[in-house]
Unconditional design. Structure first.
Length: 192
């Protein structure tokens, strides 16, 4: 029972570089193939900028220029992430691939996550403090049918999967979660 294929979802946020680092460490320890999936979609600020420009009666050329700047920004982040992945894996004996895909992350990521042994995500929050909608990461938890590891936005972590706690209530979800976590638990060295 091994983690052969890891998928880490990266985006335009700076947190993606930390997720990439943690996923690479996990891939190295497990001898896994690592895929860094980058959905080339506009973030909320970019969409709002476009909407504001449209409402501000910007010329067609102005909108075109704005669109090009946003696309260039998305591509610049992709290049930084690709370079970071290359640097993290160089000479470390891990197969890694940076895969940019077009489309909304909520639509494309589940398709890729279903083929991975573990999907590593950032933990995002629903829209607004009173929202009852599922966030992107919660949505993936329910639609992929695969184990998902959330990396919190707060805090700093040298590694993941070295200290594991198990909560058990004998329910079906608890049994499934425990089974999905076995590859991580079996790879943790026994305490001295």
């Amino acid at each position: 029972m091994a983690l052969k294929d890891l998928l880490v979802c990266v985006d335009q946020t700076e947190d993606s570089f930390e997720r990439l680092r943690l996923a690479t460490d996990l891939a190295i320890r497990h001898g896994s193939q690592l895929t860094a999936l980058y959905a080339r979609e506009w973030n909320r600020a970019q969409v709002n900028s476009r909407k504001s420009a449209e409402l501000g009666l910007v010329s067609a050329k102005g909108l075109h220029d704005l669109d090009e700047r946003i696309e260039a920004s998305i591509e610049a982040v992709a290049e930084r992430l690709r370079a970071s992945l290359d640097e993290l894996t160089r000479g470390r004996g891990v197969q890694a691939e940076f895969q940019p895909v077009d489309g909304e992350a909520a639509a494309v990521v589940p398709q890729y996550a279903r083929y991975a042994d573990l999907c590593i995500l950032g933990r995002d929050e629903p829209d607004g403090p009173a929202s009852v909608n599922y966030s992107f990461s919660e949505h993936l938890l329910f639609v992929t049918g695969r184990p998902v590891l959330f990396v919190p936005q707060e805090g700093s972590f040298a590694t993941v999967g070295r200290h594991i706690a198990v909560a058990w209530n004998s329910s079906r979800p608890a049994a499934r979660s425990l089974n999905d976590a076995l590859p991580l638990m079996l790879s943790v060295p026994a305490p001295l």
